[in-house]
Design a protein around this ligand. Structure first.
Ligand SMILES: [Zn+2]
Length: 144
């Protein structure tokens, strides 16, 4: 069983990281391709290499092919050869702020169950949470 930090030790991401990621998430949000739902989302994560990887949602006329902003950011991080991240900001104009969907929770969990997540909207409303709190007992392949 994988051990995670106890909830009591959790704290919101530091202001510098949050500000850095929020700017990148907002920039990605502006590029979201959401002609069907009109629900734009931007996400930015801080990779273990110290770089920021951003993504936006990309919809498709074949709805099932739609990709979420978080998944786009994870793809970019992996394309750069980075497999872990420390923090993630998800930006939307949803009230309350949109949090990652179920599929994204599992995808985030694969790389960083202990990462800090801030879901924020245009009104400044914010939810601070950890990936392992978004997906308790997430699926992992047994590792030796
Ligand atoms: Zn999603």
């Amino acid at each position: 069983m994988v051990a995670f930090p106890p909830a009591a030790t959790l704290s919101a991401m530091d202001t510098y990281t949050f500000t850095l990621l929020l700017g990148a998430a907002q920039a990605a949000y502006a590029h979201a391709y959401a002609p069907y739902s009109h629900f734009q989302v931007g996400a930015a994560l801080l990779g273990a290499d110290g770089q920021v990887y951003a993504g936006c949602n990309v919809e498709n006329a074949s709805y099932g092919l739609t990709r979420c902003a978080e998944q786009s950011a994870i793809q970019g991080m992996n394309t750069a050869g980075v497999r872990q991240f420390d923090a993630l900001v998800v930006y939307s104009e949803s009230t309350p702020p949109a949090s990652p969907c179920g599929a994204c929770r599992q995808i985030l969990f694969e790389f960083a169950p202990g990462a800090k997540v801030a879901c924020v909207n245009h009104l400044g409303e914010r939810l601070d949470i950890q990936v392992s709190e978004l997906l308790p007992h997430g699926f992992r392949m047994a590792q030796e």
